[in-house]
Design a protein around this ligand. Sequence first.
Ligand SMILES: N[C@@H](CCC(=O)N[C@@H](CS)C(=O)NCC(=O)O)C(=O)O
Length: 208
Amino acid sequence: MTTVTIFGFPQSTYVRTVRMTCEEKGVPYVLEPVEWGAPSHRARHPFLRIPAFQHDGFTLYESLAIARYVDRAFAGPPLQPQEPKEAGRMDQWISAIGDYFYQTMIRELVFPRLVAPSRGQAPDEAVIAKAVPKAEGLLAATDATLAEDAYLAGPMVTLADLYLVPILFWLSKTPEGAPLLDAAPAVSRWYAAMEQRPSFAATLPPAP
Ligand SMILES: N[C@@H](CCC(=O)N[C@@H](CS)C(=O)NCC(=O)O)C(=O)O
């Protein structure tokens, strides 16, 4: 029996992307917390991030490398299109989500609004105020794509969708993000469909 371990915390959007990938592929896994900054963490991830990953003694870090590996190494529905244009669109969205969506929605909105108070810190309202119109612009572009196609890269669920959904989950928990999502009809339709997938329910994170 092969053993897959994902190292990280369930609140992390990148960890959730990898967990959803395993769930979609039907790959059983163990989620193991990391001791942040400890030698064991550095040994698994030299840049001290999460997730890290192990499969039968083979180790990887960086969520995209892990998700692609899981998709290639295991049977189950493919999560990367073969068709070059759809594959290009998937890559485009994964890159944009990692570079723009995560920064604006998680670092500049969810962290100050939800994570800081959970640590007894006051939210930085100036950072949040600047992030809201940026998030609105990101959702408008996403809405235009999802008005044309069922999923980000076309007709099939791909890794790109599994990158976006954990971010929008946390965004929807903020008082600023929820109305922005409601105002994007195609994104809302897509999110409702993604919410129905067993991989979504199986990876619901606890509060920050
Ligand atoms: N490019 C990395 C990003 C991983 C990442 O930033 N993970 C966050 C948690 S969602 C983290 O480890 N943050 C800790 C930090 O920034 O020090 C990946 O895709 O795995």
